[in-house]
Structure formats: structure tokens, C-alpha cells
Design a protein around this ligand. Structure first.
Ligand code: PLP
Length: 358
């Protein structure tokens, strides 16, 4: 096969502590109707949103390594951070429930959204459903104070704490997506697909860093990254750092990044603020494939895919793999805007699908 699985540092990767959360490999499926709409006949979706644990999502790949390390260190308590509607927090809560670990989520209102849906529903309700203790903080200063208090409490009670960074993005999280990229390469090879471009998000960074590093080690894969949180300059720096840290853990030299293209053209006003193009991408994926994107991450990557396809970025016969990283519960944090966006869709006859007019 094209992908260099023999040269891949599989032994080094397999030697890193990891806990299986199940559900792998996630499906890799063709998306012919979406592909036709975009002029990309060989479009595939890598469904990392489809997983039996905690409603699924990309953080589970990283958490296999973070929680593997936590268990190896004898931890019984996991603390992590995020925005109110963090998908990472929800997946951490679910994984901790499954493993019998105590989960403390320290959340901050860092997105300019408010209201019942955003502040109480979506991921937040699921965090509590999965038994996590949720600590809502006003700002970074309060976050620091709450974290210090949780550490002191745990010490007083003789508990051992493992701290997972925002979004699970550090060297271990990067390894999660190196492993996921190996999984993807095996699936592509099984389909006889020897080269592909992988479309991925950048927010806290370990997803795209792992795909970048994994692709460099495997060969045959290019990477197109859409920034959804940090602007291009910050994201580029963050990506290079995580790739280097991940490579160091595997004891390989940090690769050149010639196979990577990165853009922040669909980030809009900022993290967590959907644009018209975001909602249009949700409608397009929904109408053509019955697939749900989310307004914070995958909707902006979907908008980037639409833009890149229109610009002719991909060769017509090129295989393009859109990595669906999840986020469905977050959509319900945006329930009023979501409802308005699909009601608009009732009269989208001009988009060319006759059924919209009926
Ligand atoms: C966290 C997240 C991302 C971004 O992944 P990073 O590794 O943080 O860059 C993309 N999509 C969804 C649904 C997420 O929850």
C-alpha cells in the first residue's frame, strides 16, 4: 500500500499508556450527493462524531491517551476546562463515568452567547447527566481560584488528580490524532485509495496537529486545516508546537509541513459565533447527506470546504476526506439561532433542490 505503515513509529505509539474507550474504527463513508453539490466526486466523511460513548466526538481519541496516563498515575479524579458548551468537557465526563473516575469541569463563559439554551442545555445538561461536577466561572481569575480549591480539596481527601488541558490539546492529545490518522490510512488503503487530502479543524489544535504529524509519518496524505478559534498566525504557531511535542514523544524528528495548507477565512467574528456561511454549510450537509454539523466547529470547517471547492483548490478526481469531529449537543446550545436558520431553509428553492420548494 502507499501509506508507510512499516516506517510509521507504531511501536513507540503503542508503548504510550492508553485506555480503550471502544467504538473504533469510526466509519469512513462516501458522501456522493454532497460531493456532487461541491464538484468533488470523491468526497468521503470520516465519522469521528459516531461513537457509542457520550454522543461521540474527536476528544475521545485524545482522551484514550490522557485517561490512559491518568490511570497509569493512579488518578481517581480528573479536572479539565472549557467554554460553557465545551464538547471536550462532555466527552471527558462520559469517559470518566465509564471508567469510574470523578470528573470536575471548570467552565468559563468565554463565548458572547447567553440565554436558557446556551447556559443550561446542550453539553451542560449532558455533563451533569454523566455525573460530572460543573463549576461555572466568570473569568480566568476565578477559573484559577476554583482549580486551586479543587486541588486542595483532593489533597485533603487523599485523592489523586489528573489535569487535562483545554480541549485535550497537548502532546498526548496530539498522539490521539496520530493514532486516528493511522486508522484512517488503513481504511483508505482497504478501499484502494492511495492518496487523499484530509480536511480538519483547528481550535485547541491537537486534532489538526495529530493529523499533520500522522500524515507526515505515513505519506500519501495532504492536510487542509480550517481555523475556527484562533486566527491564522496564532494557529500556525500552535500547530507547529504541538506537532513538535508529539514528534518528541514518539522519538522522531519534527516533520516539514509542506503537505499542510491552513486558512482562517471562515472563522467569522470569532470562536463560537456562527456566520451565515456556517448555517448554510449545516443546511447543505443536512439536505444532501442527512449529516448534522455544529455551529462552532464543523459548520465553519464545512463552510471552508464549500469555499475551497468553489475556488478549485482540489483536483477534480482527488479524494477528499472531511473529518467530522462531532459537536451535535452544542447545536442545542444554539437552539433559537438553529431554529431560525432552518426555517430560512424552507424557502431555499433558489439553491437548486426542487424539493425545497414544495
Ligand atoms: C474540540 C472540537 C474541535 C477542534 O479540535 P481541536 O483539537 O480542539 O483543534 C472540532 N470539532 C469539534 C466538534 C470539537 O468539539
Amino acid at each position: 500500500m502507499t501509506y508507510d505503515l512499516a516506517g510509521f513509529p507504531g511501536a513507540a505509539l503503542n508503548a504510550v499508556p492508553r485506555v480503550e474507550l471502544g467504538g473504533l474504527p469510526t466509519p469512513l463513508l462516501p458522501a456522493p450527493r454532497l460531493g456532487e453539490a461541491l464538484g468533488l466526486p470523491n468526497l468521503l466523511l470520516k465519522r469521528d462524531d459516531v461513537h457509542p460513548l457520550g454522543v461521540g466526538g474527536n476528544k475521545l481519541c485524545k482522551l484514550e491517551f490522557h485517561l490512559g496516563a491518568a490511570l497509569a498515575a493512579g488518578a481517581d479524579t480528573v479536572v479539565t476546562f472549557g467554554a460553557l458548551q465545551t464538547n471536550h468537557g462532555r466527552q471527558t465526563a462520559a469517559a470518566c463515568a465509564k471508567l469510574g473516575l470523578r470528573c470536575e469541569l471548570v467552565l468559563t463563559a468565554k463565548v458572547p452567547r447567553s440565554g436558557e439554551a446556551y447556559e443550561r442545555s446542550g453539553n451542560l445538561s449532558l455533563d451533569r447527566l454523566f455525573g460530572a461536577r460543573v463549576h461555572v466561572c466568570a473569568d480566568g481569575e476565578e477559573t484559577g481560584r476554583v482549580y486551586d480549591r479543587l486541588i486542595a480539596e483532593a489533597a485533603a481527601e487523599g485523592r489523586t488528580v489528573a489535569t487535562v488541558p483545554v480541549g485535550g490539546s497537548d502532546a498526548l492529545g496530539t498522539l490521539g490524532y496520530v493514532a486516528a490518522t493511522r486508522e484512517l490510512a488503513v481504511q483508505l488503503a482497504d478501499l484502494g485509495i492511495e492518496r487523499a487530502r484530509v480536511v480538519a479543524p483547528h481550535a485547541s489544535g491537537a486534532t489538526s496537529a495529530g493529523i499533520t504529524l500522522g500524515s507526515a509519518l505515513l505519506g500519501g496524505l495532504g492536510v487542509d486545516i480550517a481555523c475556527v478559534s484562533h486566527p491564522l498566525d496564532e494557529a500556525t504557531e500552535n500547530l507547529a508546537q504541538l506537532v513538535a511535542e508529539g514528534a518528541a514523544l514518539l522519538d522522531v524528528a519534527p516533520p516539514a509541513l509542506d503537505h499542510v495548507r491552513m486558512s482562517d477565512s471562515t472563522i467569522g467574528p470569532g470562536y463560537g459565533v456562527p456566520t451565515d456561511e456556517t448555517w448554510a454549510a449545516l443546511r447543505l450537509f443536512g439536505r444532501t447527506e442527512g449529516v448534522v454539523l455544529d455551529p462552532v466547529y464543523t459548520g465553519k470547517v464545512g463552510a471552508a470546504l464549500v469555499e475551497w471547492a468553489a475556488q478549485g483548490r482540489f483536483a477534480p478526481a482527488e479524494h477528499v476526506v472531511f473529518v467530522h469531529t462531532g459537536g451535535l449537543p452544542g447545536l442545542y446550545g444554539y437552539a433559537p439561532e438553529f431554529a431560525a436558520a432552518v426555517e430560512t431553509g424552507d424557502s431555499l428553492a433558489h439553491l437548486g433542490d426542487a424539493r425545497d420548494a414544495q
